[in-house]
Ligand binder design. Sequence first.
Ligand code: DX5
Ligand code: ZN
Length: 231
Amino acid sequence: MKKTSKMPAVNGKISIAPSILSADLFALGQDVQTVEKAGADWLHIDIMDGHFVPNLSFGPSVVKSLNGRTALALDTHLMVEHPFPFVEPFAAAGADLLTVHLEAKDDIKQTLAKIKSLGVKTGISIKPDTDPQALLPFLDELDLILVMSVYPGFGGQSFLPQSPAQLTAVRTLIKNSGRKIWLEVDGGINAQTAATAAKAGADALVAGNAIFNAADPATALNQIRQAASGI
Ligand code: DX5
Ligand code: ZN
């Protein structure tokens, strides 16, 4: 069944996407409700296969459990070596956006076409050492570009110093394409680095540790939004 994605088009506002990698899985439902109430825009779901990154996380069943239980768009980040065979299961589970890595081993154009055919928004992510120019052949097919500001695999790492330059380069590519594409940043985002990332061109910010491990997640989320919006 083809779904209607809840992921909005670029709207000139900052979107905040809490990453459930840092949520308390014993209380996942409560944690999701907390960030939804606090004004989160999307929910970021990290999928890891133990090959593309040295860690394991969730599968389609987690997306399925969230689908219909939250109004937040399900922003699904596939850190897997072979995303193609997982497109259909994640789309069926209710993903609103499927982001695959440019460095993955499947045919990226074919994978994006498959995502689109299922009514899901398309994203490509690049790792910190990937040349942003490598995104050029795919710009026409994209709803979102995700710049990793840490080496992917784990929550709670520090924002890398090279990330602002990579974000600026991707922002220029998007501008020159004339297309409306979200520029999302993921890794080490907190109230300080949010301002840096937004200044460099990011308009969607993922944050795991800084929100879910804060004493007050709602306050932490709002501080990130204010830091990113007040530039
Ligand atoms: C890392 C994941 C991130 C992670 C971010 O590989 O892609 O989404 O959850 O976590 P923080 O915000 O803790 O760096
Ligand atoms: Zn992620």
